[in-house]
Design a protein around this ligand. Structure first.
Ligand code: GDP
Length: 297
């Protein structure tokens, strides 16, 4: 996903480590190249500006330039700044599970991978955390989406709320909570309705559901391949819903991955998981250090 960015940064770093001494001018030139590389990778401009300002401040210091291996030190500074940009070393991607039934609400645009991610999370909660999971689709406008979630639940081996046609999303949420209480489920995942564009009705409905269900996690699923649109989507959802984290899907694709890099800095929300394939095991726990390492090659 970050191949092009990795190639660009590697060549900048090769230029820095290839010789012993560095001047302030060399460092400034390298910073300009890193700036262009980040922008070309689709990292949001304000994020790039902050990043470069921070790295430059540290990198032009006497201690770096006069050191025996200035290039190595600059690589380390860039690495640490990337980790920071992605949420920091101690960022905790684990899900908050309250006393049962704990609710996880999934939000996002149609086609972002929301339902698939719901299935992936159910699998993870069942197999890794040994939780009894109930899935419920609130997509009242698209019967196919409801059926899709039921099929996924079957594949994972968890239960899904029986579908009753004609119910409102808020009523389905209430029914899911009731069923979870009565039947001893640990976690209920609510797969809310998505639309193809940001739409007032979708937002209002999601807000209502959040009020009723009081989720311990409200995750926004965003398609990383949609670039700056994904960042804009996250911003807009964050204004309306009590989001607790992000899931970025299609990170297995070969597009420019920079939008994903901006997400944390722009929204302030932690990235919790990365979708890395269509299959149900295609979900990676997000770790800022690992992703920064991957970017630097
Ligand atoms: P929804 O409308 O947001 O619920 O989206 P879906 O869950 O139906 O996903 C839309 C399409 O994206 C499906 O074909 C999924 O298999 C695919 N998809 C979802 N997540 C990923 C991912 O992380 N990687 C890839 N390659 N495809 C994904």
């Amino acid at each position: 996903m970050f191949d092009a960015l990795t190639d660009r940064l590697t060549s900048v770093f090769d230029g820095l480590t290839g010789r012993g001494a560095l001047s302030e001018k060399d460092v400034s030139a390298a910073m300009r190249e890193i700036r262009v590389a980040l922008l070309e990778a689709d990292v949001a401009l304000p994020v790039v500006k902050d990043f470069i300002a921070k790295v430059k401040k540290e990198a032009v210091g006497e201690a770096v330039i006069k050191s025996i291996t200035p290039g190595q030190m600059i690589i380390k500074i860039v690495h640490d700044a990337l980790v920071e940009m992605l949420g920091g070393e101690d960022s905790d991607p684990s899900l908050r599970i309250d006393s049962p039934p704990s609710v996880i609400m999934m939000a996002g645009l149609q086609g972002s991978g929301k339902t698939t991610t719901t299935g992936k999370l159910a699998k993870r909660l069942k197999e890794k955390d040994r939780k009894k999971v109930l899935l419920a689709s609130l997509d009242t406008r698209r019967p196919a989406a409801m059926d899709q979630l039921a099929v996924l639940a079957g594949q994972v081996g968890v239960e899904s709320l029986p579908i009753i046609k004609g119910q409102l999303a808020t009523d389905i949420a209430k029914r899911a909570l009731q069923a979870a209480k009565l039947q001893g489920f640990d976690v209920v995942i609510l797969d809310t309705a998505g639309r193809t564009t940001l739409d007032e009705q979708m937002m209002a409905e999601a807000e209502e559901v959040a009020k009723i269900a009081n989720p311990s996690e409200t995750l926004l699923v965003a398609d990383a391949l949609t670039g700056q649109d994904a960042v804009e989507t996250a911003k807009r959802f964050n204004e309306r819903l009590p989001l607790t984290g992000l899931v970025l899907t299609r990170m297995d694709g070969d597009g420019r991955g920079g939008a994903a890099l901006s997400m944390r800095a722009v929204t302030g929300l932690p990235i919790k998981f990365l979708g890395v394939g269509e299959k149900l095991d295609g979900l990676d726990v997000f770790a800022a250090k690992r992703v920064a390492g991957r970017i630097l090659g």
